[in-house]
Ligand binder design. Sequence first.
Ligand code: HPA
Length: 181
Amino acid sequence: MAIPVRTLKTLGVERIIITNAAGSTRPEMGPGSLMMIADHINFSAQNPLIGANDDRFGDRFFDMSDAWNSELRAALAAVAKAEGIDLHSGVYLQVAGPNFETPAEVRMFAAFGADAIGMSTVPECLVAHHAGMKVVGISVITNLAAGIASHALSHEETISEANKAYEDMKRLLTRFLADLS
Ligand code: HPA
């Protein structure tokens, strides 16, 4: 993940929008909802920055207090409000996957403070933030997480439910990008 994100940085990209599909631990934030990522929990046991630090991009030890950039989040929330889009805000937790979680894991993650769970996104954020890029992210909620959903999860469901968010996502990103530029 370091190579593509650092390539963008080297080309002059200063702000990055990361999107993903995720399962929700909040029953009121169901399939088709959009969640702005306010912060994350790296539960993947992986980190793309392990190994020698590349000082051209950033420091070895770096702060994560505003990794999900507060200015961009405020701007995104303002766009959602102006467009009448219900944009949730919450903590995204990354697992390694590839399996979906067990119900017990989901209960634990919810107790940790996770609002949405997925298998991506944190590496991109880490590399981009390390390199000084401003990061903003949106999770498309495709399902209630295991044990909260009343049925077994599948990749097919993830794909078909993501389409429910298509129109809102399109409007949100189109206006956000127009405002940024
Ligand atoms: N868990 C992990 N990743 C996911 C999920 C989920 O419930 N839904 C979509 N991606």
